[in-house]
Design a protein around this ligand. Structure first.
Ligand code: ASP
Ligand code: MG
Length: 416
């Protein structure tokens, strides 16, 4: 007997028929003798709908009240799923985040989980219940309802698995696992049987939308065994999805590149001709950070004749604000020659733990892009990834040719 936490996303509970399907899937795991905690998202589109309604009332909705309103989406699905389970003879009990005391900080709309009280859940599980918990939400010390940021139900699932020391956390979604890249762009993309936790973290932060990045961080911190699976497969014909592992498998030959990730939501800004002096980088990035604008890549060239260029990327939705800040406050202050910006760029990345021990990945990546006439505007690397910024019109081409160049459509031992 194992203790399993299963999380079902919005599409998996998008209709009452699908909620009944989830109940049948949960029932099968129960029949095999496992204890099950289920975390659900709101029915698909519901969170967006509630946010849009809120904005009709207040252009910038009050964060505390927004959390009160949007957290209701998940409260509906826990009730429905518990009913669906009872309807087929499975004992079940639903709980909101506050009811299981998922204690968070008070950062409304992006709260972080501080602790979880697992006593009620344990008692119910031991009494033979399936415990159904609302994803995405918690409660702060003063009893205010909080939410964990978009996609936050993944984090609820992983956090509950960590608190309960579950044997596995299964994330059920509308795809059957983690792919070498988005199959909508590359039809030959292959489902990965396993991916290391570090690679998953990079893929999530580089734009792969399969898991909320915070949930992956959480899984890493608490060593939660995580699996991504499809909730849309026929019962009895399920595949095993993708396992996110902590060990790099030494028996199996590790491919050098595991996947190609991309992000369309990027914008680039350049400050030209800034003095090559201590403190300049801080004077540029400091005000940007203070304005709560997330900076991704940062590049500064070697100084020449006492001055240099400084470029960085931000989320596309922050582009206008960042540019204004640069032009009005930062440029006069640091004495830069000019400001340049482009919000029609994207980032394409090759990810793989194998590149640690194999030189030549960057060279292959750059050659492949050059052969297609794709200009690389910025480059950044870490131990296990290489990212390039290119014009957004090349996004699909770049992803396709890199996927092919690294032979990701094949189960290859080495791909360079
Ligand atoms: N319902 C929330 C959202 O749409 C949380 C989730 O689905 O994970 O972001
Ligand atoms: Mg989701």
């Amino acid at each position: 007997m194992a203790l399993i936490v299963q999380k079902y996303g919005g599409t998996s509970v998008g209709t009452t028929e699908r909620i009944k399907n989830v109940a049948r899937r949960v029932a099968r795991w129960r029949e095999q003798g496992h204890q099950i905690v289920v975390v659900v998202s709101a029915m698909s589109g519901e969170t967006n709908r509630l946010i849009a309604l809120a904005k009709e009332i207040q252009a910038n909705p009050d964060p505390r009240e927004l959390d009160v309103a949007v957290s209701t989406g998940e409260q509906v699905t826990i009730g429905f799923l518990a009913m669906a389970l009872k309807e087929i003879g499975i004992q079940a009990k639903s709980y909101t985040g506050g009811q299981v005391r998922i204690l968070t900080d008070s950062a409304f709309t992006k709260a972080r989980i501080l602790s979880i009280d697992e006593q009620n859940m344990r008692r119910d599980l031991d009494a033979g219940n399936v415990v159904v918990v609302a994803g995405f939400q918690g409660i702060d010390v003063d009893g205010n309802i909080t939410t964990l940021g978009r996609g936050g139900s993944d984090t609820t699932g992983v956090a509950l698995a960590a608190a309960l020391k579950a044997d596995e956390c299964q994330i059920y979604t509308d795809v059957d696992g983690v792919y070498t890249t988005d199959p909508r762009i590359v039809p030959e993309a292959r489902k990965l049987e396993r991916i290391t936790f570090e690679e998953m973290l990079e893929m999530a932060s580089l734009g792969s939308k399969v898991l909320q990045i915070r949930s992956v961080e959480f899984a890493g911190k608490y060593k939660v065994k995580l699996r991504v699976l499809s909730s849309l497969e026929e019962l009895g014909q399920e595949t095993s999805g993708t396992l996110i592992t902590f060990e790099e498998d030494s028996k199996m030959e590790q491919p050098i590149i595991s996947g190609i990730a991309f992000n369309r939501d990027e914008a680039k800004l350049t400050v030209h001709g800034v003095p090559d002096l201590p403190g300049i980088a801080y004077q540029i990035i400091g005000p940007i950070a203070e304005a709560n604008i997330d900076v991704d890549m940062i590049i500064q060239n070697v100084g020449h004749d006492g001055s240099t260029d400084f470029s960085f990327t931000v989320n596309r939705s922050d582009f206008a604000r960042a540019k204004k800040l640069l032009e009005e406050q930062i440029k006069p202050h640091v004495g830069a020659r000019g400001i340049d910006g482009d919000n029609r760029i994207c980032k394409v990345s090759a990810v793989g733990v194998g590149m640690r021990s194999h030189p030549g990945v960057a060279s292959k990546m750059f050659r492949t892009l050059a052969e297609e006439g794709i200009n690389i505007q910025m480059i950044s690397t870490s131990e296990i990834k290489i990212s390039v910024v290119v014009d957004e019109k090349y996004l699909e081409l770049a992803v396709r040719v890199l996927h092919k160049a690294f032979e990701l459509e094949q189960v290859a031992a080495t791909n360079i």
